[in-house]
Design a protein around this ligand. Structure first.
Ligand code: ADP
Ligand code: MG
Length: 245
């Protein structure tokens, strides 16, 4: 682990969000949202398009200004994105944010550049994602599922204790989604907490320990998948959307 703080005491959530509110001019994109992510827990934030999922994600990543409290291991989250890594937080973005002019290995190396053991850490992540043979290829030449694997390898190379994933299943077919589920499970089994923002309901029902459902910026349900699945408010919010995803 490379973060500059020891893990919080037992019982302190890895991530604790309370009363989070984000406004864009007159629009309240996130309205008093509260949830926790425990040690090694997989929590999924779901909801229809425009529900505010990415905005919650961006608030945790210090990419938008917000009110409310965000604690990481019991201490206030940084207000600058660049400080997240030092707190053991890594993320993948909906748009991936890879450097098209760099190779696969160079992309994965970005978070650990200059560190003495960077090559071995990069090699380990490439191997874990099945990307070893692609290490020296320009990242832009890879398929979309493979570029998503590169983004995940890059997030994991800093050995985070909290991993934030925005729409990791988006654009993937069922085989790649199954592989992604296995990867996320093994990440969590290794003690890293995972918050995933996802439009794809079936994927998270199978994977998450707990689900937080957003609609119009507010939490309309949260709990274990089986509970949330049967909640009439969730069915209503997803009417038509679930079929399309
Ligand atoms: N930078 C922004 N400026 C203005 N409105 C935004 C911005 N980002 C998101 N929104 C609005 O906030 C709401 C929530 O968006 P978003 O968090 O992207 O939803 P989701 O990820 O659940 O699809 C939407 O109405 C969207 O149009
Ligand atoms: Mg989004």
């Amino acid at each position: 682990m490379y973060s500059d703080r020891p893990p919080a005491a037992p019982g302190v959530p890895r991530l604790s969000v309370s009363d989070l509110t984000v406004r864009f001019g007159g629009l309240t994109a996130v309205d008093h949202v509260s949830f926790d992510v425990g040690d090694g827990e997989v929590v999924a934030l779901i909801g229809p398009n425009g529900a505010g999922k990415t905005t919650v994600f961006n608030a945790v990543c210090a990419l938008v200004s917000r009110s409310g409290q965000i604690l990481i291991d019991g201490a206030p989250a940084p207000r600058r994105t660049a400080q997240l890594a030092a707190r053991g937080v890594a993320r993948t973005l909906q748009g991936l944010g890879l450097f098209d002019g760099l190779t696969v290995a160079e992309n994965v190396a970005v978070p650990v550049s200059g560190e003495a053991d960077a090559p071995s850490r990069v090699a380990a992540q490439l191997e874990a994602q099945g990307l070893t043979a692609d290490a020296d290829r320009p990242v832009a030449s890879l398929s979309y599922p493979d570029r998503k694997r590169v983004a995940l390898a890059r997030a994991l190379v800093s050995e985070p204790r909290l991993l934030l994933l925005d729409e990791p299943a988006g654009g993937l077919g069922s085989e790649d989604i199954a592989a992604l589920s296995d990867t996320v499970r093994s990440i969590a089994a290794g003690g890293c907490s995972v918050l995933l923002v996802e439009h794809h309901v079936d994927f998270v029902m199978d994977l998450a320990d707990r689900i937080v459902v957003l609609d119009f910026g507010s939490v309309i349900a949260q709990g274990p998948p089986a509970e949330v699945q049967d909640d009439p408010r969730v069915e209503e919010a997803y009417l038509g959307v679930q079929v399309a995803s």
